[in-house]
Design a binder for this molecule. Structure first.
Ligand code: SAM
Ligand code: SF4
Length: 334
């Protein structure tokens, strides 16, 4: 038996979020600048290397895999990777393989994802207004994403909508988005905007809409019950008593969630970040490429997890950007 991955704070690491590309067909204003420079293709792990990497993590006890990016579905040949990973679902070693996507390619891929064993997808969607959608994503078009949502549901995928809460942007759509999700049977989670990477001229403090305020707004119309359930991640859940709808809130900036953290992130170049909110990283590509055997890679994974910090330092208090990260969310994978 291989020893499980346990970090210095006795947290078992069972969840890997893997970014398979830093590229994207959108340019969301809080995520990227309009003129992003992307990595040269040779820096990226090949699909075979991504497979070896994930398979090693799974051997070391990772049970949940989330594929993200950039936009994971714009990576060429990505379905080959999903198809190959399904063997770990079949063996039972992997309990769940999921995906975070902007939805633009789901019309094309939803059925294939289901066939590869994906059962749940997170789709990012910040507004239901076509003009606002084009404004916030710069390059995205809402009808395409709505067709993606429809295709996902039709394929049998369970859909969660992730909405980044943005001041003066989607505050007025809170109830409409909640009602739309309830009508279609979609789960819904709001995310506070995080200080990740240079985004050009956009003002982050201006973008920040605290989920405490969002919650207060919900309470004007609904009776809210805070649910005890946790997923090991930063989401907390509320139930709207009048409708039974459950809403997730991801508040990395207002509340600390690190004590139950069970996850690590790996970038498309094979860097492992053991905390989203810290700069600390280790290289896995070197050990991966240094040998055909997986032992050096597994040793490097263990060493990196041995350095996992206790928590992050994000802080928006006093209108200062504490804990600003130099890397973009599309680099580490959201
Ligand atoms: N392209 C895919 C998508 O948009 O779902 C996957 C990658 S994206 C980086 C993952 C998630 O991170 C999205 O839900 C996005 O809204 C969120 N995100 C990106 N930048 C963020 C930021 N600065 N603060 C909070 N969430 C952010
Ligand atoms: Fe692309 Fe997702 Fe970032 Fe938007 S949030 S630019 S869709 S990676």
């Amino acid at each position: 038996m291989t020893a499980p991955l346990i970090d210095p704070f006795q947290r078992a690491i069972t969840y890997l979020r893997l970014s398979v590309t830093d590229r994207c067909d959108f340019r969301c204003v809080y995520c990227m600048s309009e003129n992003m420079t992307f990595l040269p293709k040779k820096e990226l792990l090949s699909l075979e290397e991504l497979d070896r990497l994930c398979s090693s993590f799974i051997r070391l006890g990772v049970e949940k895999l989330r594929i993200t990016g950039g936009e994971p579905l714009v990576r060429r040949g990505i379905m080959t990777f999903f198809d190959a990973m399904s063997r770990h679902l079949d063996s039972g070693a992997l309990k769940e393989m999921t995906l975070t996507t902007n939805g633009s390619q789901l019309e094309r891929f939803a059925d294939d994802l289901y066939a590869a064993g994906v059962r749940r997808v997170n789709i990012s969607l910040d507004t239901l207004n076509e003009a606002k959608f084009a404004e916030i994503t710069r390059w995205g078009r809402l009808p395409q994403v709505l067709r993606g949502v429809e295709a996902a549901l039709k394929a049998g995928l369970h859909v969660k909508i992730n909405v980044v809460a943005l001041k003066d942007f989607n505050e007025d759509e809170l109830f409409d988005i909640a009602a739309w999700c309830a009508d279609l049977g979609l789960d819904l989670t709001f995310i506070e905007v995080m200080p990740m990477g240079d985004i050009g001229n956009e003002n982050r403090i201006g973008q920040f809409w605290s989920l405490d305020d969002l919650r207060a707004k919900l309470a004007e119309r609904f009776t809210l019950t805070a649910l005890a359930e946790r997923t090991g991640g930063p989401a907390r859940y509320l139930r709207l008593e009048e409708t039974g709808q459950k809403i997730g809130l991801i508040t990395p900036l207002s509340h600390n969630f690190c004590e139950s953290c069970n996850r690590v992130r790996v970038t498309c170049t094979g860097e492992i970040y053991t905390c989203l909110g810290q700069e600390g990283k280790s290289d896995l590509r070197g050990p991966l490429r240094s040998s055909e055997a997986d032992a050096p890679l597994e040793e490097a994974i263990r060493a990196a997890i041995g350095l996992k910090p206790k928590g992050h330092d994000f802080d928006y208090s006093r209108q200062q950007l504490g804990g600003q990260m130099s890397r973009h969310m599309s680099h580490t994978g959201g």
